[in-house]
Structures are given as C-alpha cells and as structure tokens.
Write a protein of this length. Structure first.
Length: 394
C-alpha cells in the first residue's frame, strides 16, 4: 500500500478524527496513486495513523475511511459500514411515520462521498468523491443487500464531483422499476418524488421534522411558502389547518409535481395557490401591494456551496429575509433556512439580524431548525451540519 506523509504538526486533525486531509497538510505521497486509491496515512514521524482515499484533483487530497491504520479497505468493509448505517435508521422514530429516509450520510456514517436515500422501494445513490467512485460497485452491492430495494437509481450529478475530477453520471443501475414518480408517505401525507431529475435526490428529506413543525404552527394562519419546490412545506401547512397558502417557485416542473402532490391528498385545494415566479421579484410586488402573512417560510436553494462564496451569498440571504420580514403581519412568524455549507449558523443568524434591523423589526429567535436524525453530524465533522434554520417572531 502506498503512503501519504503528513507535514510536521499537521496530524492534529487526524488525531481529532476529522476525516479530511487538505493539500496543505501533505508532505509527500509515495509513488503515483490512482484516483480513489487507498493510502496509508503516516504522521511526520512515519507512524501510521489512518487509511484514506486519494484524490489528486481536489483540495481535499484524502478522505479517511478508517482511523485504524490496520483496517483493510475491501468489499467487506463497505458491506459492514452500509449495514450499520441502515440498521441505525431502522431504529429511528421517523421510520414509523415514513417510508422515505436517508440511509447513508457520507462522512458521518464513515463513508465519505456516499449518499443513499430510500424512497419506498427505490434507493437513490450518489458517489461524490474519488474514493466512493472507486468502490462504487462494492457499495452498490452492499446497499442492495442491506435494503432489499427493488431498484437503485444513481444521481451522481452534484457539482462537487467536478472538484474531484469526476464527470456526472445518472441512471438506473439495478432493477427495472420506473423511478420518475416514486410514491412516498410522510406523516400521513402522500408525495410523488422525481428521483431522475428532481433537486438533490428528488426530495428534501432533511426537512422532514421541520415540515412537521410548520404543520403544527399553521392553524388559522395566512401562509407564504417561498421556494416551495414540490410543495413539502406548503402541503404540511395546509394539512395543519392554514387559512390560506400561497406557494412560490421559479420551476414549472417542480410546481407541476407540487400540484400532483396536492391531488394525492384529501386537502382543500381552494385554500392553496401555486405560482411560478421569480421569488425575489414576487416578494417585492407583494411588499409594494401591502400584503401581510402570519407565517412566511423561506427555504431557498444553496447560495454558498463553499465558504469562499459566503460573502456573495450573504447579500442574497439578507435581501430575501428583509423582504420576508416586511411581509410579516404583527405577531407573525418567519421560518427561514439556509442549506449552504459555506454559511455557518452564526453567520446565518447575523445575516437575518441585519435584515431585521433594516426592516425595522424587533425579531426574536424562538426555535432553531436542523436536519432530521437520519442526517447525523459526527462530533469530529461539524461541516456535516449544513442545514440550519431559525423561527423568528416579530
């Protein structure tokens, strides 16, 4: 096995069990390892400290598979890791209320670059790192064995693959099931998931608990759902007894599926309106018309995938939160989210605070939102906590 040698003083993060080794920490690598090849990681004294997957194309030069330098990274290693992750999800309370869960969550499950989401009997897999790509076949075998799903669809089309020097790849890899519309159930609500071309793997599973919270808050309220995608929050609010719901998104196909989701449930369609629009422009028109809402939901797309883009993203987050706060009725609530890993929870709250100051609103944080328990965050990997949200009262 080839070795990666760390610079003096740069093994500290490995001792703390952080799974990433950046280019600046690497002294040298023996030989010319292939993309995704397993390397033995050694500290400056030459002592083995971990085994990791190599990626010459990425600033993250190596992603650690195991902090046991004696671990053999072969097919059985992946079978055990996948089985352990799937078993952990089976024990979650959410498993009693839905047939759609994240089963593998990358680094937090000891499988950097591997994502697997279950939608009823269809599994959607993503291979987002060089190491995950190299062991793709073994991981697919492990997922099939651990889940028994009748079909596996691959969505390795996220932008981060390019940073690893990998081209995008999508398509059905196992089974024959039509995957364009997967029917799932969440807390008694029916949804259709487009795993072939929907955002992420087709549905925002990380917002499951937060949708349920919005459902509990919506009774009797005028609700505005911005960036509604396929209607997750909007339908939850309607099911919770919202007086009326206005749901906005710029994607026609997403709204088509949102209307299908509405039709799949015994909900009063007259109390909800889906509108295709530029959300920023529509919010300005609503503001200028003097519109007011009792509950506003902001779940925008990822404005800052990396920390380097945080400055530009901050402007967009501030603008949209400022508009939303101006639309809140007295005693109203704003549920605002960021899924940008480049924006920390502290920075996000600071941005929203700035928006409130500019809006002339004295806002209080009364709750904080996070991803569901099927998206765990390893103690040693805080970067895994990408979704953050605030419930603001005015």
């Amino acid at each position: 096995m080839k070795s990666l040698h760390l610079k003096p003083g740069r093994e500290k993060s490995v001792r703390r069990r952080h799974p990433w080794i950046f280019s600046g920490a690497v002294e040298r690598v023996d030989g010319a390892p292939e993309s995704g090849e397993t390397l033995l990681v050694k500290n400056a004294a030459g002592q083995p400290v971990a085994v990791a997957a190599w990626s010459a194309a990425s600033q993250i030069r190596a992603r650690i598979w195991s902090f046991d330098p004696g671990q053999r990274v072969e097919a059985p290693f992946f079978a055990q890791a996948v089985a352990r992750a799937v078993k952990a999800r089976e024990a979650l309370p959410a498993a009693r209320h839905t047939n759609a869960l994240r089963l593998v969550h990358g680094e937090s499950d000891g499988l950097p670059g591997v994502i697997a989401d279950r939608y009823a009997e269809v599994l959607v897999a993503q291979f987002l790192s060089a190491g995950a790509e190299r062991w793709r076949g073994a991981i697919l075998e492990a997922l099939a064995a651990a889940t028994g799903c009748e079909a596996i669809y691959e969505r390795s089309d996220a932008e981060v693959r390019a940073l690893e020097g990998l081209p995008p790849r999508t398509g059905l890899v196992r089974g024959k099931r039509e995957a364009r519309r997967c029917p799932i159930v969440e807390q008694g609500l029916n949804f259709r998931v487009d795993v072939e071309s929907g955002q992420k793997t087709g549905f925002f599973l990380d917002q499951r608990d937060n949708r349920q919270r919005i459902r509990a808050l919506a009774a009797g309220r005028e609700v505005l759902d911005c960036f509604c995608y396929t209607g997750g929050f909007a339908l939850a609010a309607l099911a919770g007894g919202a007086k009326r719901v206005l749901a906005l998104d710029s994607s026609g196909p997403a709204l088509e599926l949102a209307r299908e989701n509405l039709s799949a449930n015994a909900l009063e369609a007259a109390r909800i309106a889906f509108e295709e629009a530029d959300v920023f422009a529509r919010l300005r028109r609503l503001r200028d018309a003097g519109a007011k809402f009792d509950l506003v939901i902001l779940d925008p797309p990822k404005f800052a995938p990396t920390a380097a883009q945080a400055k530009n993203a901050a402007r967009a987050y501030k603008d949209v939160n400022l508009l939303a706060l101006k639309l809140l009725a007295p005693g109203g609530l704003l549920a605002t989210f960021s899924c940008s890993s480049g924006v920390s929870a502290e920075l996000f709250q600071s941005i929203v605070a700035g928006a409130a100051a500019d809006a002339g609103v004295h806002g209080n944080v009364i709750e904080r939102f996070h991803a569901g328990a099927d998206h765990p965050v390893a103690l040693s990997f805080p970067e895994g906590e990408y979704l953050k949200g605030l419930l603001i009262s005015n």
